[in-house]
Design a protein around this ligand. Structure first.
Ligand SMILES: N[C@@H](CCC(=O)N[C@@H](CS)C(=O)NCC(=O)O)C(=O)O
Length: 321
């Protein structure tokens, strides 16, 4: 069988099995720690404006979620933002976009410095997004699904006036089930296609991916957003995969039954979101392409980054709403 991109995350049958998230601290007003303190005995960090830093990569769909949610809720001045280079070197994510190659707030050159300061024995992949405590340099969390839900629920005190409720209480049971399907078949499904090392594992992931996209197309043909007339976290999660579909997943991960632009409902829905404040301006197609094509050497050993596709359609009228 072919060598896997991440061999520690490959099942015996050639399927990609994503590593668990190592750091699962939570910032919450329910922490019993004082301001400036560390986590309490239940891992709860105190809620403080200006203390935590979100480290993201513009190319990464999991990190992109956090960047969008932070913006929609008006937390930009409350949680600062550090951006890593889309291309990792042998030490991983690096702050080479910053002057002198160091994050100006954390003073580190690599995200791994923060991971190892938190757990010197850490041997897994160092991943974005990561929420880092600027007082101690420790990673609070790299648990990306909980991180964004916490921005909606635990950080409410700092939301801008009129911020959307991205995780409404009454919708949670249906949303949680929907987001789990989207995660399995779409968000992580594209990776299961791309990182499969057996034909069977790829076939299974591809079939599940496009079956789910067909279901979502049906759902979105009768409503503007996944949960009805207002944007929720479910839309953010679907968007970050759709916006990468044609530039990365269709070619690089072999998700090629259709391009996004050939799936009319999803294409219009994705453009609608792209043109909504807080979405399109956070998308960097150049970083996305360079990251995927130039860092997965098992899939694209030449590291040649394709010049296409034509992206001009993203700003055309979507006809929804
Ligand atoms: N934390 C999750 C998801 C986040 C994730 O995979 N982020 C990617 C970028 S899209 C990453 O940081 N990868 C680092 C690596 O592959 O070494 C995981 O561990 O799988």
């Amino acid at each position: 069988m072919a060598r896997a991109q991440f061999s520690a995350e490959n099942s015996g049958g050639g399927a990609f099995v994503r590593q668990p998230n190592r750091f699962t601290g939570r910032v919450t007003p329910h922490s019993t720690s004082p301001e400036g303190g560390g986590p309490d005995d239940q891992g709860r960090w105190p809620l403080e404006a200006g203390r935590y830093r979100l480290i993201w990569c513009r190319a990464c769909p999991w990190a992109h979620r956090a960047r969008i949610v932070r913006g929609l809720l008006g937390l930009d001045e409350v949680i600062s933002l550090g951006t890593v280079d889309p291309i990792r070197d042998e030490r991983g994510w690096r702050f080479s976009l910053d002057q002198d190659g160091f994050d100006p707030v954390l003073g580190i050159g690599y995200l791994s410095d923060a991971y190892l300061a938190t757990d010197p024995d850490y041997t897994g992949r160092v991943t974005v997004p990561a929420l880092v405590d600027t007082l101690t340099g420790r990673v609070v969390t790299n648990d990306y699904p909980q991180l964004t839900l916490d921005l909606s629920t635990e950080w409410r005190r700092f939301h801008k006036p009129g911020a959307p409720d991205l995780y409404p209480v009454e919708l949670r049971p249906e949303m949680d089930a929907l987001m789990a399907e989207i995660h399995r078949d779409v968000n992580n499904g594209v990776y299961r296609c791309g990182f499969a090392t057996s034909q069977e594992a790829y076939d299974e992931a591809y079939t599940a991916l496009f079956a789910r996209l067909d279901v979502l197309s049906g759902r979105l043909s009768g409503r503007r957003y996944l949960m009805g007339e207002r944007i929720t976290e479910a839309d953010v999660r679907l968007f970050t995969t759709l916006v990468r579909f044609d530039v990365a997943y269709h070619g690089h991960f072999k998700c090629n039954r259709q391009k996004l632009t050939e799936m009319p409902v999803l294409w219009a829905y994705a453009r609608d979101l792209f043109q909504t404040p807080g979405f399109g301006e956070t998308v960097d197609f150049d970083h996305i392409k360079r990251h995927y094509y130039a860092t997965h050497e098992m899939i694209n050993p030449t590291r040649i980054v394709p010049l296409g596709p034509d992206l001009s359609g993203w700003t055309t009228p979507h006809g929804r709403g």
